[in-house]
Design a protein around this ligand. Structure first.
Ligand code: UDP
Length: 238
């Protein structure tokens, strides 16, 4: 498969068209940003880790839970062929434990176990600072239908169950995560984007040490070490 034309360059990935009109190639970068792009940096080796980890998790979710994803084929350490979709412009966030913006918004200490997982949506729009948005807003704005949202919620809770189980086995607590969905030309909604330490909060089960992008966001140091530790525990890194 050949990269043809750079279609889009995001903060952490580039997307190319290919000689197959139904397939794009995603190329993962080491660039890291936080706070709507106001904080910029690099996490050496992150592109490789996020690419290979996302692919492993997408395949696991497909096989074990029958979750449809955009994954097609890993082409190299940083490049993957994915199904061409149009991205539903929502960040779909699940929380098992309070942290980050949830803790701030509701005045709940980070680390508080939630009685049930929560589901929330943010509108993907950097200029607006990705504001939180509810189901009725999403439907009213025509971003997704009621049926689409039902599908998204259903898949999202399955993803949470699958990922929680996966990470618990390797001594990691899945605190929260963000996923994105895409629509195939047929209209089918499938899981897209990535699942990585950039998009999940991952804490060591015993020490509660942060093994994710919060180390970068909050200048905690040991950023590369944390990404490498996760990579090692999932059986891909050394
Ligand atoms: N998240 C993400 N991209 C975003 C915003 C959030 O991947 O643009 C992830 C983040 O890594 C965390 C979860 O979504 O795992 C919840 O993030 P939160 O709303 O607490 O926002 P933050 O504190 O990161 O601003």
């Amino acid at each position: 498969m050949q990269k043809l034309e750079l279609l889009y360059e995001g903060k952490a990935k580039k997307v190319y068209t290919t000689d197959d009109e139904n397939v794009y190639i995603v190329d993962y970068k080491d660039d890291a940003t936080a706070f709507d792009g106001k904080k910029k940096g690099q996490i050496v080796g992150k592109g490789v880790i996020n690419n290979r980890m996302s692919n492993l998790l997408f395949q696991y979710l497909e096989k074990t839970y029958g979750i449809p994803t955009h994954y097609v084929k890993e082409l190299s350490d940083r490049e993957t062929a994915v199904k061409k979709v149009s991205i539903v412009p929502l960040e779909v966030i699940v929380r098992n434990i309070a942290a980050g913006s949830f803790s701030k918004r509701f005045g709940v200490a980070e680390g508080t176990q939630l009685k049930v997982p929560t589901l929330e949506y943010c509108l993907k729009d950097d200029n607006l600072g990705d504001p939180m948005i509810n189901d009725s807003h999403i439907i009213a704005l025509g971003l997704a239908s009621k049926e689409d949202l039902d599908t998204i919620a259903d898949i999202t809770y399955k993803v949470n169950k699958g990922l929680k189980e996966f990470f618990e086995k390797i001594g990691i607590e899945l605190v929260d995560f963000k996923i994105e969905f895409g629509r195939l030309p047929s209209g089918e909604i499938i899981l897209a984007d990535e699942i990585s330490p950039d998009t999940c909060r991952l804490w060591d089960i015993n020490t509660h040490e942060k093994l994710d992008k919060d180390r970068f966001r909050r200048d905690l140091g040991g950023v590369e070490e944390a990404y490498n530790e996760v990579f090692k525990r999932i059986g891909l890194g050394k």
